[in-house]
Design a protein around this ligand. Structure first.
Ligand code: DUC
Ligand code: ZN
Ligand code: ZN
Length: 470
């Protein structure tokens, strides 16, 4: 194990949080932020540190919080290709120092069994800190009772699928019961909002008509069926008097449902992901089965939807950008769906690129710097009960810190990324800005573009309740 000094000073950078931008020194002691002091102030000058990092010309940011990953996740007869070791190492490379992954309940089994399995997958393997949501595959008296216990021990959010009948699917009655339980125990219900029953009819019809290419994945998973499910989830949440978080929002019509609910002052939240902001159905139509690389659900949409997503991120109708990182290799995994798009494992790689792609959005004028940090660090931490330990730089916060070079140029590629997947969804994309150095609880895990972390440094982090409810 590398010995790291207990006192560190990061000097001369521009500290950016969700609320402030300040030329300041960040002072770290025993893995936590001790002070953020204006550069040149007496506090900054008087601090003697075991080591000093010079951040001249750099941003000093809180580590990213990616609230939606699927490491080692079972789907379509295979498993996502990043496990907790490779996936959290790639997260560190990209300036993400906390992930919230989805533990899966196997249908007919206890939540506890699924949670134990996820602890075993992650234990002693992670390079950065991690927490869990729980996927409910089977809502019944037993699992509803178990939810209470899980909330108490720090698994305070639960995902229900309105898609994937026969696999993860929950019907409206089950969703209502879970929402009611969440209203009483404080757990936040997250929905994958697509009408899976209707989608399965369209899938069957498309395949019967010989429409088998990846682009038909996008066509059958209609935007209206995302909007309908989003609307239904919101109404069920109103009936239950429960808050709601809608994951991976991709359709303009679904954004409109969330905006209408928020205009009524309802506690309804939404997340989108970089793939919906930067990619489109044009990618799903790439030739020679290349579109399979972009098959995920909800699906990529025509590029006209992107403006509505950017606007919603600015107006706070969407509050979080996570990745839904769920990579499958093209060779041997995506290929399972040659000749039948419905057999392509759903999911895309992304955990490494979220902070950079959102910085690119700052460069291109879609977001301000502070909004970047709010969407990628502070709000996900607040949403899922991790703030201010995670998501900001204030005295007492974990010293999860990114030194970011806003002027460096890079080109994204499978040749250079660190995710365990044989393609990049952003092959050849040029980005301005790059992560230089990353600290996780004060330990350097990326040192000037060299990985210095280790599997097992990352700690399991139990969570409190959602911190955005009045
Ligand atoms: N969507 C995906 O694309 N992959 C995993 C599960 C999901 O809902
Ligand atoms: Zn989903
Ligand atoms: Zn997901």
């Amino acid at each position: 194990m590398t010995h790291q000094p207990s006192r560190t000073a990061i000097r001369n950078g521009l500290v950016v949080t969700a609320s402030d931008e300040l030329h300041a020194d960040v002072l770290i002691e025993d893995g936590r932020i001790a002070a953020v002091a204006a550069t040149g102030s007496t506090v900054a000058e008087g601090w003697s540190a075991g080591r000093t990092l010079d951040a001249t010309g750099k941003y000093v940011l809180p580590g990213g919080v990616d609230a939606h990953t699927h490491m080692d996740f079972p789907f379509g007869g295979t498993f996502s290709s990043d496990d907790f070791e490779t996936g959290t190492r790639a997260a560190a490379w990209g300036g993400t120092t906390t992930i919230v992954d989805f533990a899966v309940q196997t249908k007919g089994r206890a939540l506890r069994e699924g949670l134990d399995r996820w602890h075993a997958k992650a234990d002693a393997r992670c390079a950065v800190d991690y927490a869990f949501h729980m996927i409910l595959s089977d809502v019944n008296e037993g699992t509803l009772k178990e939810m209470d216990l899980l909330v108490e021990e720090g698994i305070s959010s639960f995902k229900l699928f309105m898609a994937y009948p026969g696999v993860f699917y929950s019907d409206d009655g089950q969703i209502l019961r879970a929402l009611q339980r969440g209203a009483s125990n404080g757990g936040l219900i997250m929905t994958h909002a697509e009408n899976g029953i209707a989608i399965d009819v369209l899938v069957e019809q498309a395949l019967a008509a010989g429409r088998t290419d990846p682009r038909h994945h996008g066509e059958v998973r209609r935007a209206l069926l995302e909007a309908e499910a989003t609307h239904r989830a919101i109404q069920l949440a109103r009936v239950a008097e429960a808050p709601l978080y809608v994951v991976h929002v991709s359709a303009e019509e679904a954004v409109a449902e969330l905006a209408a609910a928020r205009d009524k002052d309802l506690p309804v939240f939404g997340e989108t992901c970089p793939q919906y902001l930067f990619l489109s159905t044009d990618n799903l139509a790439e030739p020679d089965f290349g579109g399979a690389k972009y098959v995920c659900s909800t699906p990529l949409r025509p590029r006209e939807h992107q403006a509505a997503l950017w606007r919603a991120l600015r107006t706070d109708d969407l509050q979080v950008v996570s990745t839904d990182h769920c990579p499958f290799c093209f060779t041997g995994q995506k290929e399972l769906g040659r000749g039948d798009f419905s057999k392509i494992p759903n999911g895309m790689p992304g955990v490494e690129h979220r902070m950079d792609l959102l910085h690119q959005a700052v460069v291109e004028g879609h977001l301000t710097r502070r909004r970047w940090i709010e969407l990628a660090c502070a709000t996900p931490a607040r949403m899922f009960g991790l703030y201010p330990k995670k998501g900001t730089l204030q005295p007492g916060s974990d010293a999860d810190v990114v030194l970011y070079d806003p002027h460096a140029e890079q080109t994204l590629s499978a040749e250079t990324h660190h995710m365990n997947v044989d393609y990049s969804a952003y092959e050849g994309k040029r980005i301005t800005g790059r992560v230089e150095t990353v600290l996780s609880r004060g330990e350097t895990v990326i040192d000037r573009r060299t990985f210095t972390g280790r599997a097992g440094h990352g700690q399991y982090t139990p969570r409190g309740l959602c911190q955005l409810l009045r």
